[in-house]
Design a protein around this ligand. Sequence first.
Ligand code: HEM
Length: 425
Amino acid sequence: MSEQPRDSSAPTLFTWEFATDPYPAYAWLREHAPVHRTTLPSGVDAWLVTRYADARKALADPRLSKNPQRHSAAAHAKGKVGIPGEQRADLMTHLLNIDPPDHTRLRRLVSTAFTPRRVAAFAPRVRTLTDQLIDAFEERGEADLIHEFAFPLPIYAICDLLGVPREDQDDFRDWAGAMIRHGGGPRGGVARAVKRIRAYLGELIHRKRLEPARRREEEDGEDLISGLIRASDHGEHLTENEAAAMAFILLFAGFETTVNLIGNGVYALLRHPEQRAVMQRALEEGDERLLAAGVEELLRYDGPVEIATWRFATEPLTLAGQRIAEGEPVLVVLAAADRDPERFAEPDVLDLTRRDNQHLGYGHGIHYCLGAPLARLEAQTAIATALRRLPGLRLAAEPEELRWRGGLIMRGLRTLPVTWKSADR
Ligand code: HEM
């Protein structure tokens, strides 16, 4: 790795204390070492970019490739630099691992199937799912909002959207659970879960290819996998592996992120009663604009993607005065950029009415989150419904008792025990 002078006052990163509240360490890095070399818990060396202006530039810099093969230590770091499934060649060709022109072609293809119209038409289904999940525990007066609410909602939503039959969705829920319970490592439960998902998706794609399109549309409305198959039927080239990798990345990118936006968002509201009151008033008055703006602020304040996915320098380059050698990994710390006082007034304050809130929570540039409209729909519906239907919602544990997941990319709570006034209490 390129040299960087050592500073003995630098904070220790990636400990449990850091996972609980990484923001003071990020403030130090922004100020003293805005492009900082570190050794990750996996043993891989990488550069962390923490200032907003640098982060935005890096996210859109074509000299930073998403292709893990460009890593100077690619062979040594196999399975350590990506998301679960990375080590499987047949799931490699997904949007977060490729550069133009392949990225342009695949993104255009999926964009024809994953349209804002399709997402908007999905709103009633998301409302029904949200209500059904709350129906299951409302009377009890207490729940773990992660396991019983934030976790299943995006799984069922993405399964519906992809066209996974309802009777298979609980299997998906189990596999997806295994993927996050075991963290991002390449072994054990994760590898098994990824293998099952891959086999299932292969079968599903095969089955849908054989069904006449007319029948598919009549029976379920056109789902995303069918849309992808149709796009490839119309002359665009999408291999079976590419279709499976696309379905997998939609599942992976659209699942834990949304779980954590709902979890971190509700948690932030419960810890800021005056902001929660602002939200509650907006809901009573039917102020959809404030609901939407409030969820964006929750994303800026404590978003689910702490660090954007891996990037690799394709040539020697200088970032904020720091030399980075060809092949070195660069990690853009979205959570640090979104608290940069050079960009946001009082960045450590949660303010649901904040204006000028161009956060980087969904990324920036050609890899900007494809699922942002769906994520917004799910998070706004979930947070609004929880506040409306669970009166007096409050934490059922001390904040110090809560545990945060220790992964590199995602930031989220393991559990969120809450209580409220139920009818029989
Ligand atoms: C709160 C929820 C979500 C957040 C915060 C989020 C955040 C992000 C971020 C930061 C990126 C860019 C990563 C990078 O450049 O390294 C990204 C990309 C992506 N997201 Fe999301 N995401 C969310 C939900 C979803 C959902 C629901 C889906 C789909 C069902 C989705 C699909 C994708 C895909 C496919 C990409 C890759 C796009 C590309 O490389 O062209 N995301 N997301």
